[in-house]
Design a protein around this ligand. Structure first.
Ligand code: ASP
Length: 360
């Protein structure tokens, strides 16, 4: 009897001991996972359609909790928490939402609320948001943007996999100090160089000048190259929630274009203009005259190119010194606009602005 009781007690204590060890292990393991904060802004990744086989859908309809519930595996790679910043299709992205994101991300890292941030975002203007944040987030912690081409309700939706991959990339220590990254369809791109190249295909992003920085596959992250542009800590650009960025418009050049839109932008109060020029950022005589007049009124005009790759060369076919223009280097027009808006907050000096384009 006595021996039996002792044996029972031993069993009881061993069991309690085991339970304590399991709890401690679980607790320390959970705590040792990187903390990733997901900031949701809407987009097709949060899109819902009437049926799985129909293409029509409403972007940004689903809240962050529903996106996360589609990928329970995510909780094995990171301590994930979510926050809804906006619920828009990214065609409706605004500077106010960019500022909200920049302010919140800087605050998250300043307060040590998370080790890394993932942003879910529509794909249409994802590249612009990526570059804006690249210039205005001042921490080395990883910031990774993703989205999807198919809504959450579609057959073979790509959102859950992209979200899982983005968290994998964000949680990986080798993603620190690389500026804002875009993770899409198993590729990792530099936020500065990436652009959307397809209207509907899953392989929707590319970096035409540099290629992807790396890949994520089967939960493993591999980088093959680095971006050499200064970002994060070295950036001179800052925004607050109420920062009013100067108006910068983009005007497209095409054969036999007339300059009405340039004049229109100037009389509408544009402080800067980006010309999506042909070839090496070229334009016709009519544009030349309108641009010259705009420059004389104090508008900063930046020559970019509608060409898919390459850089716009200063003083090539166009005499920039004579015309008073600057060039975007290898930034596409929509990214050149982002840099010109932020640059104009700091200076109106053309040489300084040109320096920004060669540096950032
Ligand atoms: N129009 C959508 C958006 O940018 C497309 C997408 O997310 O793929 O929000």
């Amino acid at each position: 009897m006595v021996i039996g009781k002792k044996f029972n007690n031993m069993k009881k204590y061993t069991l309690i001991g085991l339970l304590i060890i399991i709890c401690i292990q679980g607790f320390t393991q959970g705590n040792s996972l990187p903390r990733v904060k997901i900031l949701a802004t809407g987009g097709t990744i949060a899109g819902a359609g009437a049926s799985a086989d129909r293409a029509g859908y409403k972007a940004g309809a689903l809240p962050i909790d529903e996106l996360l519930s589609a990928v329970p595996q995510i909780h094995k790679i990171a301590n994930v928490t979510g926050e809804q910043i906006a619920s828009v299709g990214s065609q409706d992205m605004t500077i106010a939402i960019w500022e909200k994101l920049a302010v919140r991300i800087n605050q998250i890292f300043e307060n040590n609320e998370a080790d890394a941030v993932v942003i879910t975002h529509g794909t249409d203007t994802q590249e612009e948001t990526a570059y804006f944040l690249d210039l205005t987030v001042h921490y080395k912690n990883a910031v990774v943007i993703t989205g999807s081409m198919r809504p959450a309700t579609a057959i073979s939706a790509d959102g859950p996999k992209n979200l899982y991959d983005a968290v994998t990339v964000a949680a990986n220590p080798s993603s620190r100090g690389r500026g804002v990254l875009v993770c899409f369809n198993e590729s990792i791109f530099d936020g500065r160089d990436v652009t959307k190249i397809s209207t509907t295909k899953l392989n929707a992003f590319s970096s035409p000048n540099t290629g992807p920085l790396g890949q994520v596959y089967d939960g493993k992250v591999e980088y093959y190259t680095t971006s050499i542009r200064e970002v994060n800590v070295g950036s001179p650009f800052s925004v607050k929630l109420d920062t009013r960025l100067p108006k910068v418009d983009i005007v497209y050049m095409y054969a036999d274009a007339s300059p009405g839109l340039i004049n229109c932008a100037v009389s509408d109060g544009a402080k800067g203009l980006v010309i999506a020029g042909v070839g090496n950022g070229n334009f016709n005589k009519a544009y030349m005259d309108a641009i010259s007049a705009a420059v004389k009124k104090g508008v900063i005009v930046c020559r970019a190119a509608r060409s898919v790759s390459g850089r716009v060369v200063l003083e090539d076919e166009i005499d920039d010194k004579e015309l008073g223009t600057i060039v975007s280097d290898d930034l596409n027009p929509q990214k050149a606009r982002v840099l010109l808006m932020l640059g104009l907050m700091n200076t109106g000096d053309k040489a300084k602005l040109q320096e920004y384009f060669f540096k950032y």
